[in-house]
Design a protein around this ligand. Structure first.
Ligand SMILES: [Ca+2]
Ligand SMILES: [Ca+2]
Ligand SMILES: [Ca+2]
Length: 288
């Protein structure tokens, strides 16, 4: 059989196969760029999850698993999980069982040591967006039965158990109260990852000085994985408030200046700012 005959025979075999088994020739939609869900997964105490390989974040469409990620390290600025949703072009069959389509409803599950956890904000996610786009969704383990934004586990372990009988249930623990009297509300302490029952544990600049390079140096205790930023303001005019604006800062005297924010890599962080005549006030914030 010459080459031309072999090609013809192959085409005839393919055609007969399609006629006999049309279902084996489904025309699947090709993949498009993925849609990304990403953010910070925090535990019941508001602390970023940075532990071993036992915490898995799973993206689902109904009961169908579409993506999963093991959250065990800080990936970038305040991110410890990424879910890549594979997207097809919504014509014909899906190119893979895990492929999603723009506008579809998805949920997230977090499994720790094989046990599915409750998420304070529930399991719903924004619907699948445009191919190539991304949306940030921060997740917090725990329950919030009283709906006050504080995890019930945090309220119980840190305030009720340290209240000497003053509080007996989570409904008595109020976000705006300051249980330890350190001038930071219970809600502020939950967001900062500081202890609400211990006044010495508070988010503040505990050192403030000019270094040998002439840089204004601020030192503060941080929670690894949380994101911090700095603002500055000129002196307030009489009867007016401060006008705060981002200022460039370094995280070491020799590093490149950055503008917006940085995730803490350890429990103590330094910001270095080039002083100017414009700004008289500086303010640290936790970006959540
Ligand atoms: Ca609560
Ligand atoms: Ca406090
Ligand atoms: Ca405190």
């Amino acid at each position: 059989m010459n080459k031309q005959s072999r090609v013809l025979l192959l085409l005839l075999l393919l055609l007969s196969s399609f006629i006999l088994h049309p279902s084996s020739f489904c025309f699947a939609s090709p993949p498009l760029p993925s849609f990304r869900y990403y953010g910070l997964l925090a535990d019941e105490y508001g602390w970023p999850v940075l532990r071993g390989d036992n915490t898995v974040v799973i993206l689902k469409n109904g009961t169908n698993e579409c993506a999963r990620y093991t959250a065990n390290e800080l990936l970038g600025n305040g991110i410890n999980y990424i879910l890549e949703a594979a997207i097809d072009n919504a014509t014909g069959a899906r190119y893979a069982p895990y492929a999603l389509r723009q506008g579809e409803t998805v949920t997230v599950s977090v499994v720790v040591n094989g046990i599915e956890q409750t998420l304070m904000g529930g399991s719903s996610l924004p619907v699948v967006g445009n191919p190539g786009a991304a949306v940030r969704v921060d997740l917090n383990l725990g329950t919030d039965v009283d709906g006050d934004g504080l995890s019930d586990q945090w309220e119980t372990a840190l305030i009720i158990n340290n209240s000497g009988g003053l509080y007996t249930n989570i409904y008595q623990v109020l976000p705006g109260d300051d249980f330890d009297g350190d001038q930071v509300s219970n809600q502020g302490e939950f967001g900062a990852g500081t202890a609400p029952e211990w006044a010495d544990d508070v988010f503040e600049a505990n050192q403030w000085m000019m270094n040998a390079d002439g840089l204004l140096t601020l030192c503060f205790w941080t929670k690894q994985g949380l994101t911090y930023e700095i603002f500055a303001a000129p002196q307030a005019l009489s009867g007016q408030g401060f006008t705060w604006t981002h200022v460039p800062f370094r995280t070491s005297p020799s590093s490149t200046e950055r503008m917006n924010s940085t995730a803490a890599q350890s429990s103590r962080t330094f910001f270095y700012v080039t002083p100017t005549n414009t700004y008289k006030m500086y303010r640290l914030e936790i970006h959540r």
